[in-house]
Design a protein around this ligand. Structure first.
Ligand SMILES: [Zn+2]
Length: 163
């Protein structure tokens, strides 16, 4: 594969653990994925299999965590639902500035709005594996968000607890 950056060199290919900051989440690692690097300009391209399945898995993990959502996680779930900030504001009945303040962590999101966002994200795929009563366990205080490591297999993306 030719480098899409400089178009001058073939890219070297290797496998590594990749910090998936493009997701908008700071703490997601994709375990053992193919990363191509250009020896000439240093351009790096990661190959992410089953992107849709990955984002569904991430949305599930973010929406079911017991820690309160960070601003980045709210933004991730909102975008996963395909909404702009003002779409989301209209849907749940708040001002667009409020959504922006939540996502920039200038104002805490209320517990009811947070549960609503989680539920909407979980409704995107069958929730049979996640009893919604579990939402009652969501902590009131801001806990440290968990690190997420995911590995692709033939059946989809899975959490990699060892990584
Ligand atoms: Zn290059």
């Amino acid at each position: 594969m030719k480098c899409p950056g400089c178009r001058e060199s073939e890219m070297n290919e290797g496998r590594e653990n990749y910090r998936y900051t493009e997701s908008g989440l700071p703490n997601v690692t994709l375990v053992d994925v193919t990363v191509r690097q250009c020896p000439k300009c240093g351009n790096r391209v990661v190959a992410i299999p089953r992107l849709e399945g990955l984002h569904q898995m991430l949305a599930f993990l973010v929406a079911t965590q017991t820690a309160r959502l960070s601003g980045a996680e709210m933004r991730f779930l909102r975008k996963h639902l395909g909404w702009s900030g003002s779409d989301f504001a209209k849907t749940i009945g708040v001002a667009p500035e409020t959504v922006s303040r939540w996502e920039n962590e200038k104002e805490p999101m209320g517990v009811v709005a947070e549960r609503l966002l989680r539920l909407m994200a979980l409704r995107e795929k069958p929730v049979s594996e996640y009893p919604t009563e579990k939402l009652a366990e969501v902590a009131q205080d801001n806990a440290h968000p968990p690190r997420l490591s995911l590995r692709a297999s033939k059946t989809g993306w899975h959490e990699d607890k060892a990584a």
